[in-house]
Design a protein around this ligand. Structure first.
Ligand SMILES: [Zn+2]
Length: 359
């Protein structure tokens, strides 16, 4: 993979970090490059006073914001997350603490954050940083949508399944499992916001999703960036997923005519794989929360990537009953299958831990 740097280091500590990072990337076979269009990975130095994001030309460019926090914040997520969003980055690496005591943290768009254990030898530490970032930077998003206005008129107002989606969303809200979507529009300039929308075609960052099977091949799923406490309107809050187009790497959706549809949740590809493989799975729920004793994926691939979908589908397949599986997504949340959403809600009631373990 070709990688580049953008911006200048905040201080001497970040300059040293960048130098060691470059060496470790090269040792792993990656090639330094200028920050030109088409480069696979850009490390973007964050200047907190004056953020100038690197504007990628394609989804395929992965951006890692590099941030220096000389003082340890009380709440790392709160302190660092806005810098990642404002840098239009996919991941943030922070060097936290006073010089000589600093530690490296990773922060993901899914709000996962974890410390990379310090090592006596900085080169060994940096190898670990590269080992952890590489699978994320080389993963592949499947988030394009193709809308086809072929939804049967009798489904334009929804059916018993969309009603069940609505109920499940209300229950999640009552359980406090729907964190407020991050207010991207408030902290990005109008230009940057349009840029993100054009590139990722998302309306906002929200967390979690729900789906329920309609028939052998199709399922209803919550839309991207909507409030899951209010899932009602077909084509707006709930979409009908009918297929995955391998060639175009896009989800195919059936929508009613004459509406401007919203996009389906970025995790549609994950649900697609599970429904197609297990006809007895009737519903799937994904929340940023945890349960005692569940198996978990090893790598915290980003939401909406084929790699995350495959890792989750592998764990579902290996569970004693794939139609009633609970699978952990490392540093992120969990995906739960069931015969129906009512079945899922009944099974997990009282067992959900709001805090995802981070490692
Ligand atoms: Zn998620």
């Amino acid at each position: 993979m070709k990688f580049a740097f953008h911006g200048s280091p905040q201080d001497s500590c970040m300059a040293t970090f960048a130098k060691r990072l470059t060496a470790a990337m090269q040792d792993s076979g990656h090639e330094p490059s200028a920050p030109v269009p088409g480069v696979g990975l850009v490390f973007s130095h964050v200047d907190p006073e004056h953020i100038r994001p690197f504007r990628r030309h394609a989804q395929a460019t992965y951006i890692i914001a590099l941030l220096r926090l000389p003082e340890r914040p009380d709440d790392f997520l709160r302190a660092a997350y806005p810098y990642m969003i404002r840098s239009l980055a996919n991941l943030l690496i922070a060097v936290v603490g006073p010089e000589a005591e600093e530690e490296t943290y990773f922060l993901t768009l899914e709000r996962g954050y974890y410390r990379i254990a310090p090592q006596l030898d900085p080169a060994v530490h940096m190898q670990e940083v590269v080992r952890r970032l590489t699978p994320l930077a080389t993963s592949h998003l499947i988030i394009d949508n193709v809308f086809e206005q072929d939804l049967e008129p009798e489904l334009w107002q929804g059916d018993e399944h969309t009603a069940e989606l609505g109920r499940a969303g209300e229950i999640l809200d009552a359980w406090n499992l729907l964190p407020a979507p991050f207010p991207m529009q408030e902290i990005l300039s109008p230009d940057d916001f349009r840029h993100v929308q054009r590139l990722y075609q998302i309306g906002g960052l929200s967390y979690g999703n729900l789906s329920q099977r309609r028939d052998r091949r199709r399922y209803w799923m919550s839309a991207s960036g909507v409030n899951k406490a209010h899932l009602h309107d077909v084509g707006q809050e709930i979409l009908m997923v009918k297929d995955f187009d391998e060639g175009q790497k896009a989800m195919r959706l059936s929508v009613p005519p004459e509406i401007k549809p919203r996009r389906v949740s970025v995790d549609a590809i994950e649900h697609f794989k599970i429904y197609r493989e297990h006809p007895e799975v009737g519903a799937i729920m994904h929340v940023h929360a945890w349960m005692e004793g569940i198996p978990s994926t090893d790598v915290n691939y980003p939401c909406g990537t084929i790699e995350l979908a495959t890792a989750v589908a592998d764990l579902v397949r290996r569970s004693p009953d794939p139609s009633r599986a609970v699978v952990g997504l490392r540093n992120h949340g969990m995906t739960i299958t069931g015969r129906s959403l009512d079945d899922i809600m009944e099974r997990v009631d009282g067992k959900i831990l709001p805090q995802v373990p981070m490692s």
